[in-house]
Design a protein around this ligand. Structure first.
Ligand code: ADP
Ligand code: MG
Length: 311
């Protein structure tokens, strides 16, 4: 524990500025300074990960650094915002240089991939808690909101569901003959930033799937004051998830497990031909309030909607 707070920031988190021309001043002063171009809105989001709530104590810190940033970039993606910068608030029980080095590597590699500068943060001592604030820009009025879905719109997802949920089950002891891909989805999710940017002129509503499809699509339905039917038979599922369902009968897992970080969005039928991102149609928006799940030709009831804190 010989590193001071400032040595720690300097050693692990201060890096040369990336190419982003909107960031005028980064780490080192009381505030960072950045510009928002005329005609754009600033999109702001924050997400916290707490040890024993969001991650296991033994988890590889490189994965943790990646995932902490990924979940925040995923929120920007769901609104169709271009990420520009992030801040990082770290609460650490101790200064463990090996841990910090790996954590920073996972974090900064993803930051580099999306050209987002780490422009500031805070470092304190206490129970391990990691918080990122992500900043993005979006042309005025083009952000995809949860409230825009209309009756008759088609519902899509940008990728396979349930792999991260299966990864968690594997960590908890479920035996899977091919565990690499589900584990990778759980530990190092890829935020759908490019898809979000390409959807923002087309989609009527969008959400990122962090708490499970049923719960997150549920947010679109509530905010848009509509209902929906989802056809389970049309969900994109990996071979591993299909095998899991065949072995356990747990067909609801891809609807209720969290951590997928795919986008779920709605599009009017007239605009659907303009879609240029890989996506799968899974259902339709309806006037009648509530989420109906069709499985094997019958309407089914879900056991649980997804993870919620304080419940
Ligand atoms: P203040 O006391 O004004 O809050 P600090 O002394 O906490 O500022 O931080 C010094 C500088 O280092 C600031 O620019 C702050 O944004 C940055 N910083 C602190 N912690 C981190 C971190 N974990 N990652 C990135 N930048 C950080
Ligand atoms: Mg401070």
């Amino acid at each position: 524990m010989s590193l001071s707070e400032f040595d720690l920031i300097e050693r692990f988190f201060v890096r040369p500025r990336l190419a982003n021309p909107l960031n005028d001043l980064g780490i080192g002063d009381d505030c960072a300074l950045l510009r928002v171009p005329t005609g754009y809105q600033l999109a702001v989001t924050t997400d916290t990960m707490v040890e024993n709530v969001h991650f296991f104590p033994q988890v590889n810190p490189r994965f943790l650094g990646h995932k902490l940033l990924a979940v925040n970039l995923s929120d920007l993606a769901s609104m169709g915002a271009q990420p520009i910068a992030v801040t990082l608030a770290l609460t650490l029980p101790e200064v463990n240089a090996a841990w910090l080095s790996e954590f920073a590597a996972g974090f900064l590699q993803l930051a580099q991939q999306y050209q987002v500068d780490l422009i500031g943060g805070d470092t304190t001592q206490g129970p391990l808690t990691l918080t990122v604030q992500a900043l993005g820009i979006v042309p005025q009025g083009l952000a995809m909101r949860r409230s825009g879905a209309k009756c008759g719109d088609l519902i899509y997802v940008t990728g396979q569901l349930g792999d991260a949920g299966l990864g968690l089950k594997i960590i908890q002891g479920y035996g899977c003959t091919n565990p690499q891909s589900p584990l990778a989805q759980f530990h190092i999710p890829q935020p759908q930033v490019t898809a979000g940017l390409r959807l923002r002129d087309i989609a009527s509503a969008c959400v990122d799937i962090s708490d499970g499809l049923a719960a997150d699509l549920g947010h679109i339905l509530t905010k848009s004051a509509v209902g929906a039917t989802v056809n389970v038979d049309t969900l994109p599922l990996s071979g591993e998830v299909k095998t899991y369902i065949a072995e356990t009968g747990d067909w609801q897992m891809p609807l209720t497990a969290g951590d997928d970080y795919q986008l779920c969005f709605t599009v009017s039928p007239e605009r659907a031909s303009r879609l240029t991102v890989p996506c799968w149609k899974i259902g339709v928006i309806e006037a009648e309030i509530g989420l109906k799940i069709n499985y094997l030709g019958k309407t089914q009831v879900l056991q649980s909607a997804g993870y919620e804190h304080f419940s």
